[in-house]
Design a protein around this ligand. Structure first.
Ligand code: FMN
Length: 160
C-alpha cells in the first residue's frame, strides 16, 4: 500500500468535531475529537477513538463514561481551545463555562448547542487509540436550530 495515497484516501472520510469530556474523583479532562460516530439505534450506542496515554483516555477508563459536547458551525475557536491540555479555573474549563453532567459529572459546556452523556459498555484497545463504545443515557438540546461544525470546514485534519 502506498503511504501517501493511504493518507489522502483516509482523509476523504467526513467528520464532525466535538468536545469530549470526562471526570473522575474530582479530576476533569477534555479534548476536541473527530473520530466519533453513532453505532446502534437500539440501544443508542456511539463509538469514539481516544488517544492512548491522554488524560481524557485515563479519566474515561476510570469513570467508564464521557460527555460529547456538540459545537455549532461558528464555534471553531472553541474547538481550538481544547487541543491544549485541560485547565480548570473555577467554573470554567479552558476558558469555557461548564456544569457537571447528571450521571458521570463530566463537564457539559454551557455555551454549546447540544450534548449527550455516555456510559461505556465496551473497550477495544488496539493501535494508538482506544475505541470506547457506550450507551447514550442523557441528552441536552439548547439550540434546536443549530447546525454542527464539520471538520472539513475548519481546514484541520486528524486522520490518514
Ligand atoms: C483536528 C483534531 C482532531 C482531533 N481528534 C481527536 C480524536 O478523535 N481523538 C483523540 O483522542 N484526540 C484527538 N485530537 C487530539 C485532542 O484534541 C487533544 O490534543 C488531546 O486529547 C490532548 O491530549 P494530550 O495532551 O494528553 O495528548 C484531535 C486534535 C485535532 C487537532
Amino acid at each position: 500500500m502506498d503511504e501517501e495515497t493511504k493518507k489522502r484516501v483516509l482523509r476523504l472520510i467526513n467528520y464532525g468535531l466535538y468536545i469530549m469530556t470526562a471526570a473522575s474523583q474530582g479530576e476533569i479532562a477534555a479534548g476536541a475529537v473527530n473520530w466519533l460516530s453513532q453505532a446502534s439505534f437500539k440501544p443508542p450506542l456511539v463509538m469514539a477513538a481516544v488517544k492512548s496515554g491522554s488524560r481524557l483516555h485515563e479519566l474515561i477508563e476510570k469513570s467508564r463514561g464521557f460527555v460529547v459536547n456538540i459545537l455549532r458551525e461558528d464555534q471553531k475557536s472553541v474547538a481550538e481551545a481544547f487541543f491544549a491540555p485541560s485547565k480548570v479555573e473555577g467554573t470554567t474549563i479552558n476558558g469555557y463555562r461548564f456544569e457537571p453532567a447528571p450521571r458521570t459529572g463530566a463537564p457539559i459546556l454551557i455555551d454549546l448547542p447540544a450534548w449527550f452523556e455516555v456510559l461505556v459498555t465496551d473497550v477495544v484497545k488496539r493501535g494508538d487509540h482506544t475505541i470506547f463504545v457506550g450507551e447514550v443515557v442523557e441528552v441536552g438540546l439548547r439550540e434546536a436550530e443549530a447546525r454542527s461544525l464539520v471538520l472539513r470546514d475548519t481546514g484541520w485534519f486528524y486522520g490518514g
